[in-house]
Design a protein around this ligand. Sequence first.
Ligand code: 5GP
Length: 116
Amino acid sequence: MSETTETIFSKIISREIPANIVYEDDLALAFKDIHPQAPVHILVIPKKPIAKLDDAESEDRDLLGHLLLTAKRVALEAGLENGYRVVINTDADGGQTVYHLHLHILGGRQLAWPPG
Ligand code: 5GP
């Protein structure tokens, strides 16, 4: 089983495990993080199993743009008109724990900078 093809997130896409899904289309899925770090904490993932940002290729250009536009849409639908943060943790030093590309949407409180 490859980390790129079978993760907890691929099981959420296939509905093998439940999640609080807030948006879905043919390319992307968005659902609430199980351990929220802010009042709003939503993950946006591609249905294509890209393990991490490093593995995205030029052929993924449209998909990556779609994920950002989906993040904006989901953030505003969640009521984050006052602002929010979009984060992509990448590999070991980035703190990535699930190897299926995902965008964190964090909001609903004043976020500190720099992050830890
Ligand atoms: P990372 O650390 O890889 O950037 O983020 C992974 C995120 O996935 C974490 O914020 C973690 O709480 C979330 N997560 C891990 N397992 C599950 C799960 O089974 N369901 C949901 N909804 N979120 C999960």
